[in-house]
Design a protein around this ligand. Structure first.
Ligand code: PAF
Length: 256
């Protein structure tokens, strides 16, 4: 696996290849969910490129950015074992040479659900993803459906800006008790980890969003939202408080 630490190293690498490229953008702290995306990308492309970049522009709270797990060494080992061809590891200065003056945004969907609780979050996501797509120029882009709103918004971005990239959503990977795999799970203490599975269990309930919200509150979650929309129920909750709060999101398909 080639480790490319700058856009110019990426360009040099690309100049030697005319293969189809599957791209998996990540913020590191990799888990089986990411490796499933890599596996799918390997099956459908000649080469797989992964990026790891903890994007400051998509964090609305400094504490959340500071607490985000960073595990570069084990990430590199896992990606190598998974047969990734190139890992792009840019710095903040390289990605935001413009000082973050140029951004891309969407309305109104980016202001709903997670966007309502995290102002500017999706502007940060869409901006960095457009930059990464312009750098990597993949054939196919792989995104996890746990972040379903993000997946939909990036699909829309690719269409709106006429990028010739197939955007592929990959079903959420879950722990045996149903908890959606997420880099943030690493921060849960054993008691929170046990409670966390309640999110997926309750989202599947046939009862109303209001009932699910009330049950989540009983379990000790701070509930950001529970919303049913277009055949899916979306939920976002927090465990812990203040600077140590851990935000978990999930969504499930709901039969009518
Ligand atoms: O889902 C993530 O890890 C991030 O939002 C992404 C898509 C890598 C952009 O920073």
């Amino acid at each position: 696996m080639k480790i490319l630490r700058s856009p110019s190293e990426l360009r040099t690498y690309q100049a030697k290849s005319s293969a189809s490229v599957g791209f998996v953008p990540t913020m590191g702290a990799l888990h089986r969910g990411h490796l499933t995306l890599v596996e799918r990308a390997r099956q459908e492309n000649d080469e797989v490129v992964v990026s790891i970049f903890v994007n400051p522009l998509q964090f609305d709270q400094a504490a959340d950015l500071g607490n985000y797990p960073r595990t570069e060494e084990s990430d590199v080992t896992a990606l190598e074992a998974a047969g990734v061809h190139a890992l792009f590891l840019p710095t903040e200065a390289q990605m935001y040479g413009d000082g973050g003056q140029y951004t891309v945004d969407e309305a109104p969907f980016s202001q709903a659900l997670c966007g309502a609780d995290r102002p500017g979050h999706f502007k940060g996501v869409l901006t960095v993803v457009l930059k990464l797509l312009n750098l990597v120029r993949p054939t196919r882009l792989y995104l996890g459906e746990k972040d379903y709103q993000q997946y939909q918004l990036i699909k829309g971005l690719v269409e709106a800006f006429f990028l010739e990239i197939d955007v592929i959503g990959v079903p959420t990977q879950r722990e045996p008790d149903g908890l959606a795999m997420s880099s943030r799970n690493q921060r849960l203490n054993p008691e929170q980890r046990q409670r966390a599975a309640g999110l997926y269990r309750l989202l599947q309930s046939a009862d109303s969003d209001a009932w699910v919200t009330a049950e989540l509150v009983k379990l000790g979650f701070i509930v950001d939202y529970v919303v049913t929309k277009d055949g899916r129920r979306f939920g976002a909750v927090q465990l812990g408080s203040g600077n140590q709060a851990i935000r978990l999101i999930d969504n499930v398909r709901i039969s009518a």
